[in-house]
Design a protein around this ligand. Structure first.
Ligand code: ZN
Length: 386
């Protein structure tokens, strides 16, 4: 791994027959699968395509750790990571690489790629080095200061790498590496072997050994997702809650067609980080209704993006922009959050925030709040800025 020290803070008969046939088929398929995939844990809970794996080939750019005969860690890391990527993609998973060339990438950039894309898991791939050339073996890190379930991810990866390579297991270790403490999803850092050990350096030069490490990491990730994916990171386990702290600044009177921007603040009361970027970013959306409660469809679908990822509990301030209908009258605007392509918060039981406003010289109405934000505690005017 050899990172600078600063990075370590640390019908019936017929149906019966059919059922029997199907059962027989399932058993046959299961037996077939278990013959060829003995490493698979029992239950696959969700389609692989639901999961995004961010692979992080360690180092890059400057020459880092180097073996006795000159093999460079950064080269081995990238090559193994690409082999893991190919296996994951081949199995239907979505994968993003923090680097796929020798370009230097900062630790903050690596973390940002994972958090911004709302990755399901983050796996950093390294090769170990120490001054003592006799040291060898494989180890996998998680951080007790990182997102939950990192230990389980590391544990699955460690056991499969050891089984595939036959390397000595140095165990699963708790290490406060930057990429493990700043990522918002289960994260692990794998050290395949010691490039500083002459025998292991020679092995690390071979396709066969790199394939064994890659296969182990791949199997570990798949086993982790099969065991914990649905329980911890499936969209079906998301809660959708938000508190709108700053709707008071919504204008109460507008001219026809007028577009206006104003500051808005919202607190994340969900159990997941709101991503500010696709594919499943969270946006503030607006629905306009006339005085008879009919939606003004011409202005439906307006959105304000979040300026950054927002962790659970955080308040984010941003600019909301609404446009008044071109006809005069009294209208209501409803603020709702939307997890694009996944869920409307209001459809998941979260309250919308509504406010009335007048357009075009109609006698202004006093702002009336028709709905209550989810949590009374969140209504305090003082929480809009943090
Ligand atoms: Zn490294």
């Amino acid at each position: 791994m050899s990172l600078p020290k600063g990075e370590l803070p640390p019908n019936r008969a017929r149906r019966k027959t059919k059922v029997k046939r199907v059962t027989t088929l399932i058993v046959a398929v299961s037996v077939f699968l278990s013959m060829f995939s003995p490493w698979l844990t029992s239950t696959a809970q969700a389609a692989p395509g639901n999961y995004l794996i961010v692979l992080d080939p360690g180092d890059g750019g400057v020459v880092g750790a180097t073996g006795p005969t000159g093999l460079q860690e950064k080269v081995v890391n990238l090559d193994i990571a690409l082999r893991v990527r190919d296996r994951l993609v081949g199995a239907g998973y979505r994968v993003i690489m923090t680097r796929d060339s020798d370009n230097p990438v900062s630790l903050a950039q690596r973390v940002d790629i994972a958090n911004r894309n709302n990755a399901s898991v983050f796996v950093s791939i390294h090769t170990n080095a120490v001054s003592n050339r006799e040291v060898h073996g494989t180890e996998t890190y998680f951080s007790s200061r990182g997102a939950p379930y990192g230990f389980h991810l590391a544990n699955h990866i460690q056991s499969r790498v050891v089984i595939n390579t036959g390397s000595q297991s140095r165990g699963v270790k708790d290490g406060a590496f930057f990429v493990l403490t700043h990522t918002t999803m289960p994260a692990a850092l794998q050290e395949g072997e010691f490039i500083s050990n002459p025998d292991k350096e020679a092995l690390l030069r071979t396709d066969a050994f790199r394939d064994k490490i890659a296969q182990g990491i791949f199997e570990g990730i798949v086993n982790f997702l099969n065991e914990y994916g649905a329980a911890t990171i499936s969209p079906t386990n998301y809660t959708y809650r938000a508190a709108y702290n700053d709707y008071q600044r919504t204008p109460s009177s507008l001219s026809p067609g007028q577009q206006v921007s104003f500051p808005f603040a919202v607190r994340n009361l969900s159990n997941f980080t709101w991503s500010s970027s696709p594919p499943n970013q969270v946006n503030l959306s607006y629905h306009l209704y006339d005085s008879r409660g009919r939606m003004v469809t011409s202005l439906n679908g307006l959105r304000s993006p979040l300026p950054r990822n927002v962790a659970p509990g955080e308040v984010v301030e941003f600019t909301a922009t609404i446009q008044a209908p071109t006809s005069s009258g009294n209208f209501t605007i409803a603020f709702d959050m939307v997890h694009e392509g996944v869920a409307w918060f209001s459809q998941k039981g979260a309250g919308m925030e509504r406010r009335t406003f007048s357009v075009g010289g109609v006698a202004p109405v006093a702002p009336i709040i028709l709905a209550v934000a989810p949590s009374p505690a969140e209504k305090s005017p003082s929480v809009s800025k943090e």
